[in-house]
Every structure is written in structure tokens, then in C-alpha cells.
Write a protein that binds this ligand. Structure first.
Ligand SMILES: *[C@@H]1O[C@H](CO)[C@@H](O)[C@H](O)[C@H]1NC(C)=O
Ligand SMILES: *[C@@H]1O[C@H](CO)[C@@H](O)[C@H](O)[C@H]1NC(C)=O
Ligand SMILES: *[C@@H]1O[C@H](CO)[C@@H](O)[C@H](O)[C@H]1NC(C)=O
Ligand SMILES: *[C@@H]1O[C@H](CO)[C@@H](O)[C@H](O)[C@H]1NC(C)=O
Ligand SMILES: *[C@@H]1O[C@H](CO)[C@@H](O)[C@H](O)[C@H]1NC(C)=O
Ligand SMILES: *[C@@H]1O[C@H](CO)[C@@H](O)[C@H](O)[C@H]1NC(C)=O
Ligand SMILES: *[C@@H]1O[C@H](CO)[C@@H](O)[C@H](O)[C@H]1NC(C)=O
Ligand SMILES: *[C@@H]1O[C@H](CO)[C@@H](O)[C@H](O)[C@H]1NC(C)=O
Ligand SMILES: *[C@@H]1O[C@H](CO)[C@@H](O)[C@H](O)[C@H]1NC(C)=O
Ligand SMILES: *[C@@H]1O[C@H](CO)[C@@H](O)[C@H](O)[C@H]1NC(C)=O
Ligand SMILES: *[C@@H]1O[C@H](CO)[C@@H](O)[C@H](O)[C@H]1NC(C)=O
Ligand SMILES: CC(=O)N[C@H]1CO[C@H](CO)[C@@H](O)[C@@H]1O
Length: 562
């Protein structure tokens, strides 16, 4: 199916008029995918290694890649609203990287490969960093975030910024996943009006449709894992401290982390390798226990599950919280058989005994509220230009209440109201007693306790139930596609009433969880599972862009008459 206007697409591409005819003639991407017998990877499937091969052999250039991805974004953005802003310098950066490659200068595996980043990760370039709020429109940072700088150092092209649940979903009790005042409502691609989950909504939708090699998300509690879950992706939520949060709009220094959302485990591993590492601007990265970051790509080993002990904290699969998740359970149980067949020992009912106490207590809310008061003020103090003079949560709340496009009070600010009512920040004794309870219940009575008590290497859960415990202690999780909701699934609306929250064909995943800084292990386990199941390829979006790399290269060749 073709969505979006071909006219607009060609205007953006600025290439030969004949592309128009070619695009119109193409009904689906697996036609016409070769030039002189050399096949091109369809971009919804193209892996890092496919792109490296094509760039190395001269089949296409980075400029071609950027051109193709921009055309694809333009085709579907009017429907899905997943990209807030394109990098106006992307083509010139690509041209520079192409000319470096021609001279034998290659910065790393991601040299010349486009990546999208969430609109809360700052870049010191022409792009905004707003967390989706007009309060930060036009604000400037003194330099790139460490993550953006690391991507550039690795040769990646920052193609644009993705839409998100505004303020990483830390503003309202009554809002919708993927909505921001600045870029509107992001929608998922697996069902009309699909709730894309959040808060890394645009990153999830973009990565899933092949609008870049991969995208970066950020997570405080579920914001990488959950949109990866429902958008048929691999998501890596790294240990807090493995990836720097410097100049990333924060919620909580104790829980925030930046990670890749990609179509395959190996692609996610390539991106994680590029962004992980110590940063003098974020002292949590000083907890990294290695001198050199492990080779996450080499960790992709088909035999990685052999001999591993994997626990199932069955009491977290709590359908009383969400009965619509019932179809996930049989798929998850079948996945346990895949783990066994791959040589792992599965130990069921390695329950997290802190579960009830965590649900009854309010410790996690208090930790986030107090952190937000401190950490947002710190971020705002680092801006080199702060056009709306917002320096605190109170200022941002006032701005939001007085700026009509912020959609207040239709979407409330009750999360901030609660944080301000608390009356303290993360330097107070009340904060620390709540933090201590939180990490005790989620650690010794949760993830780290179960790992130790049952001598486990890792734990698995349906992704829907996986984020919370690891979020509270800052431990890593990797999610991999597991299945999709069956055809007879009832279509139901989200709480806000503007998205389809449950629907047929909506994907779901399985999560691998382990101790702090165990990404190398988890990536191996996830890869071994992924390669045995290849679920992603069995689930098809209802809407896809149609422009392919081959079209762009054809148009270029015909135009230049080569
Ligand atoms: C995508 O759509 C949103 C919402 O309409 C808009 O704000 C944004 O500028 C668009 N981005 C691109 C790259 O077209
Ligand atoms: C939800 O899906 C139905 C089709 O089942 C569609 O008609 C409707 O427009 C969708 N809702 C939204 C909010 O897009
Ligand atoms: C980072 O610095 C803060 C304040 O100086 C300190 O409280 C914290 O323990 C440090 N964290 C690490 C991981 O070094
Ligand atoms: C892959 O994993 C298996 C099982 O743990 C191990 O024996 C093998 O050495 C690993 N291969 C590589 C290349 O690391
Ligand atoms: C673990 O939790 C499951 C599901 O709540 C329950 O059926 C099982 O009895 C529990 N097992 C242990 C050992 O507590
Ligand atoms: C945090 O609280 C301390 C103690 O009340 C105060 O001195 C400091 O200014 C506060 N910082 C922020 C950012 O609110
Ligand atoms: C609240 O915002 C309005 C409009 O931006 C501004 O005029 C006013 O000074 C602000 N009030 C406070 C207390 O910051
Ligand atoms: C959201 O909550 C606010 C206040 O709590 C209320 O004024 C507003 O009507 C609510 N929005 C919707 C769509 O119900
Ligand atoms: C938990 O914290 C929230 C936010 O501060 C507050 O609204 C709620 O009343 C608290 N609940 C309990 C049981 O203390
Ligand atoms: C948590 O915060 C609340 C509200 O400030 C406070 O009453 C309580 O003493 C703190 N500590 C614990 C362990 O609940
Ligand atoms: C380029 O030329 C080839 C061969 O004539 C043709 O198949 C293709 O459609 C042309 N592409 C464009 C964009 O005109
Ligand atoms: C319609 C709309 O709000 N568009 C905005 C999309 O995001 C860019 C970058 O933040 C803004 O410049 C547009 O106004």
C-alpha cells in the first residue's frame, strides 16, 4: 500500500522527476530490488551488516541512504507522526562521510549509517531538544549530549528527532502515549490508531518501519521496553550508568538510561557498542566495571543459551492488572520450551517476594518525584539559551498552564503537582529512606535476590510485565519479539480515548533480565532466542513506506547519466 503523497516526496528528495513514475509504479518493496543483478536490501529488513556491505562495495552511498530514509519518513509521517524534526545537515554530513570512506577513512561499523534519536537527547546543531514541550522550543545546549557525541564519533548520521510522550510521560495522569504538544500524536503501524506505547514512541514506530537503521530511546520505567514490545522490536534497556545521560532531559538520575531500539539483536548490539562508555559529565558512568566496553556484537552467539540457568518470576505475570494480556501467556510458555531446547535449564516460580510490598508502598513515586525536582533543575541550568526562562519544575508547570498549545487542562499536570507538593528533592532524608526501601524490595527481594537464591544466570518475563523491578534498581533488560495478538482480539480504546490500546496484530515481546552490567550475557541469550524463532518477520505492519534504496540509486544513476 502507498501512503502519503508522491508529490511531496519528490519535493523533499530533490532528485530526478522520473523517480515519481518509478515510485508510483512500485506496488511493493520486493520488486525491482536489483541494479545490474546486484540486489538491494529492503530497508524494513536491512541490517547493519547489509548496509556496511552495500557502502563498502559502492552499491549505494550514505547520501543515498539518507535520501531514501527521508523519503520514507515523509511518506508515513502524516499518518503516524513519528518524526518531529529532520536534521537539515544530514545530507551534507552523509556526503562528508562518503568522501572520507572513499579515502579509506572509516570511523567504525556505523560510519555513514543513519540513526534517529528521541527528542529528549540534545544535539548542539540545528535541531531542537524539547521533550515535546514548547517550554523548551528554541532552547540551546552548550555542546552535544555525550550520546550524540558518541554516535558522531562512531561515524553515525543523526538523521532526526523522534516524537515521544511529552516529558517522557512525566507530566499527566490523563494523556496518551506518544503525544507531545510540539509534534502531536504518534501512532503505531500494526493496526489503525494503534497505541504506540511510550515514552520512546516515535523511536519505536520509526525503527520498526525501517526509517533509519535504528533509533535511540530513553527509559526511566518501561520507556524503551514497552514501545519495543508493541512495535515488534529488539530494545536494550542498559544498566543505569552504562550510557551517559548528560544533556538528556531527565526524570530520575537513579533510573534514567539511554538505549537502542532496533529490528535485530545484532543491530541493537552495534548501536549499544557505539554509545556505551564513561563520561566525565555523568558520574554514574564511573560505576562501569570494565576498562573496555565488552564486544556486544561478538556476544551474538547462537549457542549462548547452552548451560544457562534461567528463572521465571511467575508472580509478576499478574493478569489482574491487565487481563487483556492473557494471550501472551501461552506464547511465553512456548518460548520457555525454546530456551530448554537451546540447552538452558528453566526454573519456574523464582518469584519476586517484594512484589506485593512494592505495589502497596509509594516508594517508587516518591523517588521519581524527588529526583525530578533536582534533576530537571540541573538540566535547565545547563542550557546555554533558555528562551522561556524556565529553571524549575514550578516554572515549567506555570509555562504549561499558560501556553494554550500545551493542551492544559485537557491534559493535566498532576504528576508535577504531586512532585511539588512533596516539598523536598533528592537530597532529603525522606528521599533516601524511600530510595532504600525501593531498592531493597526490587533488589534483594526482587531481581538480585532471585538471581542469587536460585543460582540463576538470568530471568525471563513477558515484556509487558518486565520493566518495573529492573527500573527501580537500574539493572539491564533486553526485549525480543515473541508474537502478536490474535485476529479475534477485541479492539479497545486507551484511557484517554484517542488510540486503540488492544487490537489484532499488535506485537509483544519477551524480556531477558540480569545483574547490573550483564548486557553482554543478555544480548547473547536474546540473540540465541531470536535466531531460533525469527518472530519479527512474521508480523506485518498495515502501513509501510514504499520508497527503497534501489529507487534512489536508480534515480541518481539515471540523472547523472552514469
Ligand atoms: C511529522 O508530523 C508532525 C505532526 O504533524 C510534524 O510536527 C513534524 O514536523 C513532521 N515531521 C516531518 C519530518 O515531516
Ligand atoms: C481503531 O480501529 C478501528 C478499526 O477497528 C478504526 O475504525 C478506528 O478508527 C481506530 N481508532 C482510532 C482512534 O484510530
Ligand atoms: C556522583 O556524584 C554525586 C554528588 O557528588 C554523589 O552523591 C554520587 O555518589 C556520585 N555517584 C557515583 C556513581 O560516583
Ligand atoms: C558461543 O557459546 C558457546 C556456549 O557457551 C561457547 O562454547 C562458544 O565458545 C561461544 N562462541 C564464541 C565465538 O564465543
Ligand atoms: C509463584 O507465583 C505463582 C503465581 O503467582 C504461584 O502460582 C506460585 O505458587 C508461586 N510460587 C512460589 C514458590 O511462591
Ligand atoms: C534541594 O533541596 C535542598 C535542601 O532543601 C536545597 O538547598 C536545594 O536548593 C534544592 N535543590 C533543588 C534543585 O530543588
Ligand atoms: C507564569 O507564566 C506567565 C506567562 O508565561 C508569566 O507571565 C508569569 O510571570 C509566570 N509566573 C511565575 C510565578 O513564574
Ligand atoms: C484531565 O484532568 C483534568 C484535571 O484533573 C481535567 O480538567 C480534564 O478534563 C481531564 N481531561 C480529560 C480528557 O478528561
Ligand atoms: C502516593 O504518591 C502519590 C503522588 O505523590 C500521591 O498522590 C498518593 O496519594 C500517594 N499514595 C499513598 C498511599 O501515599
Ligand atoms: C517516604 O516519603 C514519605 C513522604 O514524604 C515519608 O512520610 C516517609 O517517611 C518516607 N520513607 C518511607 C520509608 O516511607
Ligand atoms: C532508470 O533507468 C532504468 C533503466 O532504463 C529504468 O528501469 C528505471 O526505471 C530508471 N529509473 C528512473 C528513476 O527513471
Ligand atoms: C505541527 C507542529 O507542531 N510542527 C512542529 C514539529 O516540530 C518542529 C520541531 O520541533 C516544529 O518546528 C514544528 O512547528
Amino acid at each position: 500500500m502507498v501512503f502519503g503523497s508522491v508529490r511531496r516526496l519528490v519535493a523533499v528528495l530533490l532528485v530526478s522527476q522520473s523517480l515519481n513514475a518509478l515510485v508510483a509504479a512500485q506496488s511493493c518493496w520486493n520488486q525491482n530490488t536489483a541494479i545490474n543483478g546486484a540486489p538491494f536490501p529492503p530497508l524494513i529488513e536491512a541490517t547493519t551488516e547489509d548496509l556496511i556491505r552495500g557502502l563498502e562495495t559502492g552499491l549505494f552511498t550514505s547520501v543515498d541512504l539518507v535520501t531514501a530514509y527521508i523519503a520514507r519518513i515523509t511518506e508515513v509521517n502524516d499518518t503516524l507522526h513519528m518524526v518531529t524534526q529532520l536534521n537539515p545537515d544530514a545530507l551534507s554530513i552523509a556526503a562528508k562521510l562518503d568522501s572520507q570512506r572513499a579515502k579509506g577513512i572509516v570511523h567504525g561499523p556505523l560510519h555513514g549509517i543513519p540513526i534517529l534519536i528521541k527528542n529528549n537527547i540534545a544535539t548542539a546543531d540545528a535541531m531542537d531538544n524539547t521533550a515535546g514541550s514548547y517550554a523548551l522550543a528554541g532552547a540551546k545546549v552548550p555542546r552535544d549530549s555525550t550520546i550524540a557525541a558518541n554516535l558522531r564519533k562512531a561515524g553515525a548520521i543523526i538523521l532526526g528527532k523522534t516524537n515521544l510522550s511529552q516529558w517522557a510521560n512525566y507530566r499527566s495522569f490523563n494523556t496518551s502515549n506518544g503525544w507531545s504538544a510540539i509534534a502531536g500524536q504518534t501512532v503505531g503501524a500494526y493496526y489503525p490508531g494503534q497505541d504506540p506505547s511510550g515514552s520512546s514512541s516515535g523511536s519505536g514506530v520509526s525503527s520498526s518501519l525501517g526509517l533509519a537503521l535504528a533509533a535511540l530511546g530513553t527509559e526511566t520505567d518501561g520507556s524503551i521496553l514497552s514501545p519495543s514490545d508493541v512495535n515488534n522490536l529488539v530494545g536494550i534497556k542498559p544498566t543505569v550508568g552504562l550510557t551517559s545521560r548528560y544533556l538528556v532531559v531527565p526524570i530520575s538520575e537513579h533510573q534514567d538510561t539511554v538505549g537502542p531500539m532496533a529490528r535485530t539483536v545484532k543491530d541493537a548490539a552495534y548501536v549499544l557498542s557505539a554509545i556505551a562508555g564513561k563520561s566525565s559529565y555523568d558520574n554514574y558512568t564511573s560505576a562501569i566495571p570494565f576498562d573496555t566496553i565488552p564486544d556486544y556484537v561478538a556476544a551474538c552467539n547462537f549457542s549462548a543459551l547452552r548451560g544457562k540457568r534461567i528463572g521465571v518470576p511467575r508472580n509478576l505475570i499478574d493478569l489482574s492488572f491487565d487481563s487483556t494480556a492473557a494471550p501472551i501467556v501461552p506464547a511465553f510458555n512456548a518460548a520457555l520450551d525454546v530456551l530448554r531446547a537451546a540447552g538452558a535449564t528453566v526454573i519456574d516460580n523464582t518469584n519476586f517476594t517484594g512484589y506485593d510490598a512494592l505495589n502497596e508502598g509509594n516508594y517508587s513515586n516518591i523517588v521519581l518525584e524527588a529526583d525530578f525536582i533536582s534533576d530537571l533543575a540541573k538540566y535547565l541550568s545547563e542550557l546555554s539559551y533558555n528562551p522561556n526562562h524556565v529553571y524549575s519544575v514550578a516554572d515549567v508547570r506555570n509555562f504549561t498552564h499558560s501556553f494554550p498549545l500545551e493542551d492544559w487542562p485537557e491534559r493535566d499536570t498532576l504528576v508535577w503537582d504531586g512532585a511539588l507538593e512533596l516539598g523536598y528533592n533528592n537530597t532529603s532524608p525522606e528521599f533516601w529512606s524511600n530510595y532504600t526501601m525501593n531498592t531493597y524490595l526490587a533488589g534483594p527481594l526482587g531481581v538480585t535476590g532471585a538471581l542469587a537464591n536460585y543460582s540463576l544466570d538470568a530471568l525471563v518475563l513477558p515484556t509487558e510485565f518486565s520493566p518495573n523491578f529492573p527500573a527501580l534498581i537500574g539493572s539491564p533488560v533486553v526485549t525480543v519479539p515473541l508474537g502478536a495478538f490474535p485476529p479475534k482480539t477485541a479492539v479497545t480504546l486507551n484511557g484517554f480515548g484517542n488510540l486503540n490500546a488492544t487490537a489484532p496484530n499488535v506485537p509483544f515481546g519477551i524480556s531477558f533480565m540480569g545483574p547490573h552490567f550483564s548486557e553482554e550475557l543478555l544480548i547473547g541469550l536474546a540473540y540465541a532466542f531470536e535466531q531460533r524463532t525469527l518472530v519479527r518477520n512474521t508480523i506485518t505492519p498495515y502501513i509501510q513506506p514504499t520508497v527503497e534504496l534501489v529507487d534512489v540509486v536508480n534515480a541518481r544513476l539515471n540523472k547523472t547519466g552514469v
